[in-house]
Design a protein around this ligand. Structure first.
Ligand code: FFO
Ligand code: ATP
Length: 181
């Protein structure tokens, strides 16, 4: 099995090539729409590079009366926190090329966490950027519904699960909705 660093590099390459060739997009599936209720907090993210864009799910959540939150990132070592975001509100430049709400934004607890990822397997294991930001966020919000968003080419047969890994409840790609547990 490839080590995580080599696997990340390979998956970034596959993701870039797939998006350049196919221009895929996600659509909000019925299983996601059924979960939405007015007042729920949905943590989304601003996509980096060729990451899957959660915008169609954000639009559905706003239409259902949900609140959108975005991660606020300080650095690799500091846990991320989720902050409320009004659609169209100003974003500032953060680390890693991210756009994010300013540090003054208030912290909220998400009910659903839309999670970017580099790789996934069908057991709901996830490979992220390696800073442990989402691993730690999942521990901080154990009751949140953890939904991974990715392109189908990011699937790998099996990811090694580390002791701290918290599996996803569901995965969405441009091809399918994968419900776990
Ligand atoms: N869009 C998005 N937002 C996110 C994440 C993410 O993966 N994607 N995060 C996930 O935890 C958190 C930010 N943490 C991050 C930690 C490390 C790197 C990082 O090492 N980036 C690489 C290049 C990434 C790429 O091209 O895919 C780098 O800077 O070299 C990025 C984000 C919260 N927000
Ligand atoms: N609950 C936690 N508390 C503190 N550190 C954690 C926790 N979970 C993970 N970590 C640390 O974060 C790092 C995560 O590395 P790993 O390669 O598993 O990240 P990943 O799979 O890319 O996921 P992520 O998207 O969360 O970064 C490890 O160094 C690990 O020790």
């Amino acid at each position: 099995m490839m080590d995580k660093k080599a696997l990340r590099a390979r998956l970034r390459g596959l993701r870039d090539a797939f998006v350049a060739e196919h221009r895929p997009s996600l659509a909000a599936p019925a299983a996601f729409l059924r979960r939405l209720q007015p007042g729920l907090v949905i943590a989304s993210y601003m996509p980096l590079g060729s990451e899957a864009d959660p915008a169609p799910l954000v639009r559905a959540a706003l239409a259902a009366g949900c609140t959108i939150a975005l991660p606020h990132v300080v650095d690799r070592a500091t846990p991320i926190r989720f902050v409320a975001w009004q659609q169209g509100a100003a974003l500032v430049a953060g680390p890693f090329g991210l756009s994010q709400p300013g540090a003054e934004a208030g912290t909220v607890a998400p009910d659903i966490i839309l999670t970017p990822l580099l790789g996934f397997d069908r057991a709901g294991n996830r490979l992220g950027q390696g800073a442990g930001h989402y691993d730690r966020a999942f521990v901080a919000h154990p009751d949140a519904w953890r939904v991974g968003l990715a392109w189908s080419v990011q699937e790998v047969p099996a990811l090694p699960a580390d002791p701290w890994d918290v599996p996803l409840h569901a995965l969405l790609t441009e091809r399918e909705w994968i419900a776990l547990s």
